[in-house]
Every structure is written in C-alpha cells, then in structure tokens.
Design a protein around this ligand. Structure first.
Ligand SMILES: NC(=O)CC[C@H](N)C(=O)O
Length: 187
C-alpha cells in the first residue's frame, strides 16, 4: 500500500512522517497524474484558499474530484477538511464538494485561535489529544455522514464512505490511531 499526501500546500511533511513511523510508504503528490500512483490521499492542514486555487490552476481539482466520486479514499485535516467540504459558509471560496458538510472557517474563537484538548472518538479505547489551529467548525451535515467525534457539541471527526475529515491536526501528535483508521478504510 502506498498513501499519497497532497504537497500542494500545508503541513504535508508531518503527515508523511506519521505514515513512515507506521511503516507505510508515503508519496508527496504535487501533480494530478501522480494521483494514479497511490491508494489514497491525505490533504493536510494549511490554507484552504491557496490549496483550492493551486489545485484548480494545475488541473489537480478535476482529477481528484473525479477519483473521489469513484471511491478513492481521502482524509482531510483542518484546511483539508475545508477543501473536501460541500460548502464554506463564511468565505467566498470554492471546495471539492466531496463530503456533505457545511463548514465555517476559523470558527473557534478570536482570542484563542489555537488550543488542545482530549476528545473521545467512537470505538477508541482511550481519548485522543486533539490540536486545533484556527480550526473550521462543522455547522451542518447530511444524513449519510457519520460523526466519529464531537467537541463542544460540534462534530470534529466525520466520515462519509471513502471520505474522512478532521477539524484538528492528528499529524501533530505522536498518536497514530486516526491515521491507522484511514489505513483500514483503504484496505
Ligand atoms: N490549521 C489549518 O489548517 C487552518 C485552516 C485555515 N484557517 C483555513 O481556513 O484554510
């Protein structure tokens, strides 16, 4: 198995390092044709507007969108979640419209825009340390979306078939359980 990490923009090196620690081959993907070399793709945290803009410019957007519609597994963290969402409500920006969620960007407070806390995740035996950095908030989700974790009454980890999204940064903790969950989705 080989997992791609989108190298368009963001903290892709951290995701690659997690996969390698798990003994999984990882490839930083920067061109649309490279998507055919991997069994799934992680879209990291970063700046969602920049990601979408570049994805569209180089034809990555269309190829990826088409692959996701044909069951290609994807995992988006923070900005990656925004990129995969159906709609961004508070900014005029496009997205891949892959998972049936509406998100609000930079939604967790103005004064404290970054924080970390222990969260409970469905079927995980111990809590997970979640790091939020100018995180998006899911304000609406469709009936086919499964909520795997919540914080402060909002979903923070969600899945719809081949698509997994987190509003926090599992690539910044030593805990590999969410990446392992994604690996299971690919298998
Ligand atoms: N840490 C992050 O990925 C922040 C996301 C960023 N605020 C965005 O809207 O794209």
């Amino acid at each position: 198995m080989k997992i791609g990490v989108s190298g368009i923009q963001g903290d892709f090196r951290e995701h690659k390092a997690v996969l390698e620690r798990m003994g999984i081959e990882a490839l930083v993907v920067k061109k649309p044709e490279e998507l055919d070399l991997v069994d799934g793709l992680i879209i990291p945290g970063g700046e969602s507007t920049t990601m979408i803009r570049i994805m569209k410019m180089i034809g990555f957007y269309e190829v990826l969108k088409n692959k996701i519609e044909n069951n290609f597994p994807v995992f988006g963290t923070c900005a990656g979640m925004i990129v995969l969402s159906k709609e961004v409500v508070n900014f005029k920006q496009d997205s891949l419209k892959a998972i049936d969620i509406k998100v609000e960007r930079n939604a967790y407070g103005r004064q404290v825009d970054s924080f970390e806390t222990d969260v409970y995740i469905k079927d995980f035996d111990k809590p997970f340390r979640a790091i939020f950095i100018r995180a998006p908030k899911v304000i609406e989700y469709g009936k086919d979306v499964e909520v795997l974790s919540e914080y402060d009454s909002s979903p923070i980890l969600l899945r719809q078939g081949n698509i997994l999204v987190a509003s926090f940064h599992p690539e910044l903790t030593v805990d590999t359980r969410i990446h392992e969950y994604f690996v299971e989705m690919i298998k």
